[in-house]
Design a protein around this ligand. Structure first.
Ligand SMILES: [Zn+2]
Length: 250
């Protein structure tokens, strides 16, 4: 019984979080929703300052600007993550990012069609990149990866890099000067491919020079066949994001 009550309460919190999220995003936040969410969180035993402030003060006393701040803090406190049904604009950002990242693919991948597909029918939370022939797999891209275009570019570049290296078993892309693998990072609000030596930015994501895109990057340790044999057939998804790159040949 308690479990059912817990589940119902969590459902209610989740639904209110969604309403508050949409209210914040579309600039039509309803104070009733914020108050109700704070009350539910209090019932749930959450005593964060934002919860207590919303419960203790009348909305007209709080004012719209402070209410927004408190609503954001409530969402943060619940670690609320909208899915793509709730935040379709984030899928649009990921698609835009994929179009940009595709320009950096090695020549042997040119002509590939790149698209985002759901990881599974049942999960609207995760998407993955699929390239022609289903050559790409990888871990899911989530709404949290697309808070803005820069974060979307970094997440998609990381995702595509993992898939290309997994398939080709070569380091890609490669710094033309130091012959080390590059990594997508944010540099002053721009997504760039960065070389660890220095470190220095080689190019903006989507603008790699041909020397960095090429197909004869250093072969990663182990070799592709090795890697696939070790990996086994069932572990194509579900690995960890953000793994360090295999080390290029010394
Ligand atoms: Zn370098």
């Amino acid at each position: 019984m308690d479990e059912i009550m817990d589940w119902t309460a969590l459902e209610a919190i989740d639904q209110l979080c969604a309403r508050v999220y949409i209210g914040l995003r579309d600039d039509r936040l309803r104070s009733d929703d914020v108050v109700e969410l704070a009350c539910l969180l209090l019932d749930w035993g959450r005593y964060e300052p934002a919860v207590e402030e919303v419960v203790a003060r009348r909305p007209e006393e709080i004012g719209p600007q402070r209410l927004r701040e408190l609503a954001e803090q409530l969402l943060e406190g619940t670690a609320f993550l909208p899915d793509f049904r709730l935040a379709p604009e984030r899928l649009v950002l990921l698609e835009q990012a994929l179009g940009t990242v595709a320009a950096d693919l090695p020549p042997s991948w040119s002509g590939s069609t790149a698209r985002l597909v759901p990881m599974s029918d049942s999960s609207p939370l995760d998407y993955k990149v699929e390239l022609t022939g289903g050559r790409m797999h990888g871990n899911g891209l989530r709404t949290v990866d697309a808070e803005d275009l820069t974060s979307a570019l970094i997440a998609v570049a990381d995702h595509v890099q993992e898939g290309v290296m997994e398939f080709d078993w070569r380091v890609w892309p490669v710094c033309p000067v130091h012959h080390l693998g590059l990594h997508p990072v944010a540099d002053g609000g721009t997504a760039v491919w960065q070389c660890r030596l220095g470190p220095h930015a080689v190019a903006a994501v989507g603008s790699l020079p041909p020397a960095a895109r090429h197909d004869d990057g250093p072969r990663a340790r182990g070799g592709r066949e090795d890697r696939h044999a070790r990996r086994g057939p069932s572990s194509g998804t579900g690995g960890q994001r953000g793994q360090s790159l295999p080390t290029p040949l010394e």
